[in-house]
Design a protein around this ligand. Structure first.
Ligand SMILES: Cc1ncc(COP(=O)(O)O)c(C=O)c1O
Length: 404
């Protein structure tokens, strides 16, 4: 559910929540498009914009002038169209099943096609529909081993294109297997892509070529071609590499401290008896856990920020973290922990957590569930709450009744 609570400078404290700085998203888009101009930008907002919220992020990008979007699924494309993003500006990255293709082509989305059979299927759908042409971006597999024609099939793809009657091939694209710039395999993939494009391009002169996601947008100028296709960079994260200056992380995950206790030396903390207090120790309980997409693998490794200080997570469960509060003797229930984000001089980035957990930040962020309300900040105000459950709504009303 989306609702507009009216401008409020300070988000209401007291609940686990994601704050998304839409001004950071807008600023990142402006920095990026200035950097690559005249090369075009396709904003990847798949996986619920890596958990940041598909619609608010896409609408902000559209307001900044973004005219091309990529999503993973048909459902995400339908949600964007419902929010007023033109279907023809949305590319669906996943290969679709036949029933999905009927809807996608009928609705006018651009679809990814990576083999001859599907190219003919899409063309027949558009021909039988008798309406607008099907919009296609042809996918080439240059070394990821996922979707697409192999470079050796470039001539087959080209002849498939020549036989189309009802399809507009809008783009030819590929995806790197490496998410940090500077790896020699990226050069190999780019060379394979350019060579295949030379063959295919004779059938579709002037078609848009794109291969650069965030890492190559940052670190591989020669891969920009006609269009770049970043996702994380627009949210302030560029694959495994460093972000250039000017980009800002858009997301903060906050959770309240709900309990503080002192346990005696040797007291066990957490499931599985994995931690015992070395001495008398203050332990804080923070209201976030694996059920909020905080990976179990972080137990004993990660930190949350309380009163500007790093506090180690020593125990974990689905809904709560047990945290070493030795360094924050003044912390009390009602304080807030920054789980992802900055506090004072300290910060915990999605990338830090992903590295410690042995996963990607995309996996962590896109799994943050609907029970964590999203508060969208613009010009320092909460402009929108997307609670998805009625939690935020309920809390707001209770606060208001109590004059909070
Ligand atoms: C095909 C494709 N293009 C672009 C992206 C965006 O990647 P990034 O978030 O690293 O920019 C992805 C993400 O995995 C993708 O699968």
């Amino acid at each position: 559910m989306l609702y507009y609570p009216g401008p409020r400078r300070t988000p209401r404290p007291g609940m686990t929540r994601l704050e998304i700085d839409l001004d950071a998203v807008g600023g990142n888009y402006r920095v990026l498009s200035d950097m690559v101009r005249p090369v075009a930008v396709m904003a990847v907002v798949k996986d619920n914009a890596y958990g940041h919220g598909l619609v608010p992020v896409a609408l902000r990008l559209k307001r900044e002038g973004c005219a091309a979007f990529a999503v993973a699924t048909l459902q995400e494309a339908l949600v964007l169209a419902g929010a007023g993003i033109p279907a023809s500006s949305v590319l669906i990255l996943r290969a679709l099943t036949s029933p999905e293709l009927v809807i996608a082509v009928g609705q006018g989305f651009a679809v990814t096609v990576g083999d001859s059979r599907q190219l003919q299927e899409v063309d027949a759908l558009a021909a039988n529909g008798g309406g607008s042409p099907a919009l296609v971006h042809l996918k080439l597999d240059t070394g990821l081993g996922r979707l697409g024609f192999l470079p050796a099939q470039a001539e087959e793809a080209a002849s498939g294109i020549r036989s189309l009657t009802s399809t507009e091939v809008r783009g030819v694209y590929s995806h790197f297997a490496i998410t940090a710039g500077g790896h020699p395999f990226m050069d190999t993939q780019l060379r394979r892509f350019n060579e295949a494009c030379d063959v295919i391009g004779q059938s579709v002169p002037g078609t848009t070529r794109h291969i650069a996601a965030s890492a190559a947008t940052v670190g591989m100028r020669e891969a920009w071609l006609d269009m770049v296709r970043p996702g994380g960079l627009l949210l302030g994260m560029a694959g495994l590499g460093e972000e250039p200056s000017g980009f800002k992380t858009a997301l903060t995950l906050r959770a309240p401290v709900v309990h503080v206790k002192t346990v005696p030396a040797g007291w066990n903390v957490g499931y599985g008896l994995t931690y015992a207090a070395p001495d008398r120790q203050r332990i804080g309980i923070v209201a976030v856990g694996a059920g909020d997409s905080y990976p179990y693998a972080l137990r004993g490794k990660s930190f949350v920020l309380v009163r500007g200080r790093r506090c180690r997570v020593v125990g974990m469960s689905l809904d709560q973290l047990m945290v070493d509060f030795s360094g924050v003797p003044d912390a009390v229930p009602g304080d807030e922990a920054v789980v992802i984000g900055s506090c004072g001089e300290e910060s915990v980035s999605p990338k830090d957590l992903a590295r410690l957990a042995g996963t990607s930040y995309g996996e962590i962020l896109s799994r943050i569930p609907a029970r964590v309300p999203r508060l969208y900040i613009e010009n320092g105000y909460v402009s929108l709450v997307d609670s998805l459950t009625d939690l935020a709504d309920a809390i707001t009303h209770v606060h208001e009744k109590q004059g909070g």
